[in-house]
Structure formats: C-alpha cells, structure tokens
Design a protein around this ligand. Structure first.
Ligand code: ADP
Length: 301
C-alpha cells in the first residue's frame, strides 16, 4: 500500500517505528511534514501540495498531529479525506478529542465512567464549584496543559479556592475534578486499535507525587486489565470515533474512570513497557480496513 505518515519530525520514536514497520510489511511509506502541506481548498479536484508538487494518491494516512498544531493539522487530514484517502483517525474525531470539555461531555452522555468534573471560566461562586464535585481535595487543571503541567492538587477548600482564583486571574479555562485518591498515584494507559485494547501499561508516580506522567518521573510497567477496564477503554474510543488512541483511566472505588482520550498516542513508553510491536498491529488494522472514500464524514464535519 501507499501510506503517508503526517508528522512534524521524522526522528521522533513513534514516527521512526511507523516507518520501519511499514517497510517491513512491504508498504511504500512517506513522512510528510503536516505544516508544510498546502492546498487549494476551493478546487473541485482536491489535492495536497508539498515541496512544489502535488502529492500522489495515498491509500492511507496516519496522522500524528501534535496538540499545538491541531487546527492546521486536522484541515490537512480533511483534505486527504476529500481525496478519498483512508485516515486511521478521521479529522473530525481528532478535533473532537482535542477539546477536553467536548470529549468529557460526549463520554458522559454515553454513560462512561468519569471523575466528577466541573468546568468554569469566571465562576462567581468558587465554593459552590468545589462543593459541586464533592468538595476538597480536588484536582484543578488548566485546560491547555500537557504532561502534567497545570495539574494541581487543592488539598483543602482554602487551597483549592486560592488556586482557582489564581488561574481565574490568568483568564484560563479550568477544570475542577474529584481527586481519585484510591488511584494511589497511578493511571492506566490503554492503547486501543479498532475495537480492541492491544496493550496497556500502568504509570506510577514518584513517591510524594500524584501525577504519574513519565515526564514527571513516573515509572511504567505492564498491567493486566479487568474486563470492565477493557470495555471502558474500547467504548471511550468508539464514542470519540477514534480507531487509534490512548485511553487514560484511573482505578476508582466505583470502577474505571476515563481521564483523557489521546488521538496521537506515543509508542515509545508502551512498546518498552509491554514489549509489543504496536506499530505492526496498527498496520494490520490499516491493511484490513483502509478502503477509498470510507471516511464517514467525508471531510465535511
Ligand atoms: P496531562 O494531560 O497534562 O498529563 P492529566 O489530566 O493526565 O494531565 O493529569 C496528570 C496526572 O495527574 C495523571 O496522569 C494522573 O496520574 C494524575 N491525575 C489527574 N487527574 C486526577 C484525578 N482526578 N485524581 C487523581 N489523580 C489524577
């Protein structure tokens, strides 16, 4: 097959692994820098141009769109969809997953377990906002944060109020969430491909830290999931409309709760923790499912 990986950097582990695995399986693979693609969006014969030439017709694209380039990246994916190319994750689904609040509203509507969560911009009753998610301790998150930056534990009502006020002063969108204490500093990353969890790892925070991000010194290890955890991850992926994603769960006393669904999950941590050839499994899915003009929203959404 002729496959394009949309990635800003050929040297990233995930991009390298996807190239390697494609070549091993006999595919013809190109890495295309998303931000360098340009296109005539009014043409009725949609094409994508790159380095002075029209790109060939690909059978499939694998978008690896970083959060900071979501807006332009998803429009490039949409253009490929209009050309009839299969994208492992549709542009609409990627946009949906990039909006944390929209994602949580969708997941909640479908009855998927979530930490009790409130969101606000300029609340005029902060005490009520805190009380509404069950009271302190609460986790306060900056909506635009990644890698655990902007995720703070408000241990007491007083502390939580001060943090919320500080974020409000910055005019940031915030999310106030029930603290899942019993997760004990660990979260579970489930890698979903199609309708299966193909790998899972547990990330455990350093002693004295509740954030398990590997960038914050968390350690990853292989984990066995319960059926309920698997079902939750697969359902969350389905609600978001993603064929390839990382679903982050916390083990709460009332069962698994979804923290986040990531549409460009990294392969390095999870391949290392599980020893699985995730890149190969991604291609098995593409080989089976990539059909021309199969994008549900046909780039319209
Ligand atoms: P980011 O997207 O920046 O990584 P997360 O929302 O994933 O931020 O939070 C970072 C880490 O903090 C999570 O991996 C988890 O270990 C911990 N955490 C986040 N929310 C909660 C919560 N409500 N209860 C307990 N721990 C949490």
């Amino acid at each position: 097959m002729k496959i394009a990986i949309l990635s800003r950097n050929k040297k990233l582990y995930s991009t390298r692994r996807l190239v390697e695995a494609a070549q091993l399986r006999g595919h013809d693979v190109d890495v295309i820098d998303t931000l360098h693609c340009y296109m005539d969006i009014t043409s009725n014969n949609p094409t994508v141009r790159y380095k002075g030439e029209a790109l060939p017709q690909y059978d499939a694209v694998i978008p690896r769109i970083g959060a900071s380039v979501s807006f332009y990246g998803t429009s490039v994916v949409r253009q490929f969809e209009m050309m009839g190319t299969f994208s492992i994750n549709e542009s609409v689904a990627i946009s949906r997953s990039r909006d944390k609040l929209r994602s949580m509203q969708l997941l909640s509507r479908k009855g998927i377990g979530l930490p009790r969560t409130g969101f606000a911009h300029q609340p005029d009753n902060i005490k009520d906002l805190i009380k509404n998610v069950g009271g302190a301790p609460v986790v306060i998150k900056l909506l635009e944060g990644t890698q655990g930056i902007g995720v703070v534990l408000g241990e007491t009502t007083k502390a939580a109020e001060s943090i919320i006020e500080a974020f409000m002063g910055l005019k940031a969108n915030i999310l106030v969430q029930e603290f899942i204490k019993e997760a004990d500093g660990a979260d579970i990353r489930c890698l979903v491909v199609g309708d299966k969890v193909i790998a899972a790892m547990k990330r455990q925070a350093q002693a004295g830290e509740f954030r398990s991000n590997l960038h914050r010194g968390g350690k990853a290890e292989i984990v066995k999931l319960s059926k309920e955890e698997r079902d939750t991850a697969v359902r969350a992926a389905k609600v978001m409309g993603l064929n390839l994603c990382g679903v982050d769960l916390l083990r709460s006393s009332r069962g698994p709760v979804v923290m986040e669904v990531n549409s460009s999950p990294g392969l390095e941590g999870i391949e290392a923790a599980t020893g699985k050839d995730i890149a190969a499994i991604i291609y098995q899915f593409i080989e089976k499912n990539a059909k021309p003009h199969s994008t549900k929203t046909r780039g319209k959404g």
